[in-house]
Design a protein around this ligand. Structure first.
Ligand code: GLV
Ligand code: MN
Ligand code: MN
Length: 416
């Protein structure tokens, strides 16, 4: 069954949420469990309540809203996240949540009853920008991450997840695993350049690549920058720089799709004329093949040890996140491709380079994702942009697949 979606309503909601944590020059900063996240949660749950949906929040702050179905069956869940990185855009995660809400409101407008309930969800701390690991809420919900361990995680500002949850009143009562969908669908912007470059309207996502985040802490000795001969230094900064160069060399040597990123690096005492005594940096490695990802990790870790030893420094490392590559449900992926065809939308199958909440659901229920193009392929950037017609295409397809999967009973008020 085909339904009309209301693109103006969708756009108005995206803009309204984008005003919360708005940055000068565009984009948003709504770090997980911050005051801005709290305001975003209030706005979105207010929309859930306006539609008289049944709203639930679990013990790690994941929130979902259900429109009941004809039968007491597990819900078809559409979702994503509303937290952002510190330099986020208006669409990353938000589209999956507000797109899911738009599907439900359009179904209500069309007076359609579904066999399975329809639900829309947002998950705590998908980004991992304040607290590592990423996909924290969905990972806890689906049993991939331990609740107590995650509540104890300390963020970049020294606040724990537990305190941050309570600080904004986001801790709910529903237990872990309360959300058990019959299937999970996530609409998301591509965040990369492929669809736009090809002029393709829809990405049918086949899976998500493996993710490895490591933090290295290097300890050396601070010394005078002018008087200390190079051979006598224990320069923690030089070791960190060597690790950053090695990460890039690994990506170059392994070739695509291996990627490597040093997103954070800080020195102490951080003074122009002092050899750094401490350095801390993070390395993000990703690949679609876990064996290759493991080889990349081994090379990085071995080189880091050797660089530190050569400089007379000590080095420790800790894993911040480690997720294996995930394949999405072939039937649901096929249904998305079929749906795109029925709607006359050009499409191609592709893996996801970014991590997503959908990957946490994949081991437990059929899960899959829909991508729409990102202008200039950029995301995690305040200039992230997806055109209204692309947003609307994605939501139409989401509705098409959600209704097919949830099962339409009959228009209310009509006889069979
Ligand atoms: C989450 O957005 C990630 O892929 O890092
Ligand atoms: Mn996202
Ligand atoms: Mn993101």
């Amino acid at each position: 069954m085909r339904i009309e979606i209301n693109t103006e309503r969708l756009l108005a909601r995206i803009e309204a949420l984008g005003r919360i944590g708005a940055l000068p020059g565009g984009g948003c900063k709504r770090l997980a469990l911050s005051a801005e996240d709290a305001a975003g949660r209030a706005l979105v749950t207010g929309w859930f309540c306006d539609l008289e949906l049944d709203v639930h929040t679990d013990v790690i702050g994941n929130c979902w809203a259900i429109r009941s179905g004809h039968k007491d069956l597990p819900p078809l869940v559409m979702g994503s996240h509303i937290d952002t990185v510190a330099t986020g855009g208006l669409y990353d995660g938000v589209l999956g949540v507000l797109g899911g809400l738009e599907v439900i409101e359009s179904v209500i407008d069309a007076v359609i009853e579904t066999e399975h309930p329809l639900a829309v969800a947002f998950f705590t701390n998908e980004e991992g920008a304040r607290f590592a690991p990423d996909m924290m809420g969905s990972g806890v919900s689906q049993g991939a991450l331990d609740l107590e361990e995650m509540l104890a995680k300390v963020g970049i500002d020294g606040v724990s997840v537990a305190d941050a949850l309570d600080g904004i009143g986001a801790r709910g009562r529903e237990p872990v695993s309360a959300l058990a969908p019959c299937a999970y669908l996530e609409l998301h912007i591509e965040q990369g350049p492929v669809l736009e470059a090809e002029g393709t309207e829809i990405g049918v996502v086949t899976g998500v690549q493996g993710i490895s985040w490591t933090e290295f802490a290097i300890a050396g000795r601070s010394a005078h920058a002018g008087t200390t001969p190079m051979a006598l230094r224990q320069d923690a900064g030089a070791v960190a720089a060597g690790i950053a160069i090695e990460a890039r060399a690994i990506a170059r040597d392994f070739g695509s799709p291996q990627v490597a990123t040093v997103g954070r690096m800080r020195f102490a005492p951080d003074i122009v004329n002092v050899v750094p005594e401490e350095a801390v940096l993070t390395v993000d490695l990703r690949h679609t093949d876990d064996a290759v990802l493991q080889a990349a990790e081994t090379r990085l870790f071995d080189t880091a040890e050797a660089l530190a030893s050569d400089e007379g420094c000590t080095i420790t490392r800790r894993s911040l996140a480690r997720f294996e590559p995930v394949s999405f449900d072939p039937d649901l992926v096929g249904q998305i491709a079929e749906g795109a065809k029925r709607l006359g939308l050009s499409h191609r199958r592709m893996p996801s380079g970014a991590g997503h909440d959908a990957q946490m659901f994949a081991p437990n229920c059929p899960a899959a994702m829909i991508f729409v193009p990102s202008k200039d392929g950029i995301s995690h950037n305040i200039h992230e942009y997806t055109a209204p017609h692309d947003l609307a295409n994605g939501v139409r397809l989401l509705a098409e697949v959600a209704l097919a999967r949830a099962g339409v009973v009959k228009p209310e008020g009509q006889t069979a």
